[in-house]
Design a protein around this ligand. Structure first.
Ligand SMILES: [Ca+2]
Length: 187
């Protein structure tokens, strides 16, 4: 009976020991999954982009958002935004839960391209929700006419952050593209 008891205890200890040496079971994966981040999903019946919300500053509809099958940085399609009348900004955005990554450093990146975009540019931005201070990070906007290039923002997830909004904003005239959006931890 003693022997059985010890065997059971040792087995438990061995189990504890091996699980404590393994990577933390609760550690989130290094890639944070986004929806339709490569813009390969076909647009919906009303031109909506699956996984993404399009919006603009105010006023009458001033932007065209389309899946572009002739221009892409990866796969066979990208998202194109075109300003059709003067307006402050038009944007696409997607929100993901981020609380599990508090304290981790993350990198948001995307392939971005411009055609005749004004100086205020085509901008990658992220915003933490949850009432955290300094919740916003913005990459340097692209302007003029530039081919696809990787734009990235690296930042630490603040304690208390609940969600992360990923956005791309066209702050000026012109046409712009985004493709291959990625979000991952770097530490
Ligand atoms: Ca693509």
């Amino acid at each position: 009976m003693h022997k059985t008891g010890w065997g059971w205890t040792l087995a438990l200890l061995a189990g504890c020991s091996s699980s404590s040496q393994a990577p933390l079971a609760t550690a989130p994966p290094s890639t944070i999954v986004l929806t339709n981040a490569d813009f390969e999903a076909p647009a919906g019946a009303n031109s909506e982009i699956p996984g993404w919300q399009s919006s603009q500053h105010a006023g009458p509809l001033s932007y065209k958002f389309e899946i572009d099958h002739t221009t892409h940085a990866a796969g066979a399609a990208s998202l194109r935004i075109e300003r059709t009348r003067e307006q402050v900004y038009g944007m696409i955005a997607q929100e993901v839960p981020i609380a599990a990554y508090a304290g981790r450093t993350i990198e948001l990146s995307a392939q971005m391209k411009t055609a005749d975009v004004g100086p205020a540019g085509w901008e990658l931005m992220l915003t933490f929700s949850g009432g955290v201070a300094n919740a916003r990070r913005q990459a340097k906007p692209l302007s003029g006419t530039q081919d696809f290039q990787k734009i990235a923002i690296r930042t630490q997830v603040p304690a208390g952050a609940q969600n992360l909004e990923i956005a791309a904003l066209l702050n000026d005239r012109g046409t712009a593209w985004i493709d291959d959006v990625q979000l991952h931890t770097v530490d």
